[in-house]
Ligand binder design. Sequence first.
Ligand code: DQA
Length: 140
Amino acid sequence: MKILIINGPNLNLLGTREPTVYGNQTFEEYFSILKAKYPSVQLDCFQSNVEGELINALHKADKNIDGVILNAGAYTHTSIAIADAIAGISTPVVEVHISNVFAREDYRHVSYLGKHCKGSVSGFGLKSYDLALQSFLMDK
Ligand code: DQA
């Protein structure tokens, strides 16, 4: 099974970015743990701060990848273009958030992406990625 994690803006700063909200671990550290936990999964990861590059990554994932785990960061709450990209591909996408977006500012309660996703995971720290991955394995 091929799974691609796509991380959006500011998620390259994990480890030092607002540690009380996002924790102290870098994504690279967590990604190695996740890869080791699921050796049978071909797990890849892409990060960009640029909206169009996230859209290109979603288009590229279409048909080549079994599932996408997407943390679009703040674009979750603003981007109709990313929502359209998810709607336009056949690869299933699971929306992920490290923090519990529903326990934060009102503008984070809205997701333009959720409607087009298979499901959403929010609030379990970096383990949200693991839960999203498990949701794909459940279907096998
Ligand atoms: C986030 C939540 C978003 O509201 C925020 O803009 C992020 C990270 C999360 O993983 O908790 O950048 O997607």
